[in-house]
Design a binder for this molecule. Structure first.
Ligand SMILES: O=P(O)(O)OC[C@H]1O[C@H](OP(=O)(O)OP(=O)(O)O)[C@H](O)[C@@H]1O
Length: 176
């Protein structure tokens, strides 16, 4: 029997002390594979040339998604001073905690011909994803879509972001 990504997530996801805990999904090799394959499924054969992932859980998922698509990975770092060479930097609007971040990529990591997929574990305000779109566009490239495990965005914010593929809505998850 084929297990869906949604089934896997509903089985493995849990809340601990009010915090969403998705780590058991990644700890299970089969579950991890099912989730990553479902994330990239709509983007196979769409001309994606790179996957972007935001520090830190976006590194884990984005790296796996890039391997699955057979393309390279572009790191979006929050920490300053960690990239050598020229950077592109964008400030985010307040995120789901009310925090603003400086997000950065290496200037040399994208070319104008690149078609980029952003992969992340969770989206709520979309502030970080929108800043990534600005970074991709500042490099002259194009963000073709976003793939996230859990979607907690309001509809009006989703419109601002464009193409968004998610595996579950936050309200479908077990209660905290
Ligand atoms: O839609 P937004 O309100 O911008 O929030 C979504 C972002 O927040 C989470 O990352 P977080 O900053 O918690 O970092 P983490 O991956 O290290 O947990 C998540 O991985 C997204 O990157």
């Amino acid at each position: 029997m084929t297990v869906s990504a949604r089934d896997v997530l509903l089985e493995k996801f849990r809340w601990i002390g009010g915090h969403a805990d998705m780590w058991p999904v990644f700890r299970d090799g089969d579950a991890f594979k099912v989730v990553v394959r479902a994330l990239v499924a709509p983007f196979r054969d769409t001309g994606v040339t790179a996957v972007c992932g935001i520090e830190s859980r976006g590194f884990l998922l984005g790296g796996a998604a890039a391997m699955e698509l057979g393309v390279g990975f572009v790191a979006v770092r929050k920490a300053a001073g960690m990239f050598p060479g020229e950077k592109l930097v964008r400030e985010t609007e307040p995120d789901y905690r009310g925090f603003r971040h400086s997000l950065r990529i290496q200037r040399s990591s994208l070319e104008p011909a690149d078609r980029v997929l952003l992969v992340d574990d969770w989206i709520e305000t979309g502030s970080q994803a929108l800043a990534v779109r600005e970074l991709v566009e500042a490099a002259g490239a194009k963000l073709t879509g976003c793939a996230v495990v859990v979607n907690q965005m309001r509809a009006d914010s989703t419109r601002k972001l464009g193409s968004l593929h998610s595996l579950v809505l936050s309200e479908d998850l077990p209660d905290a």
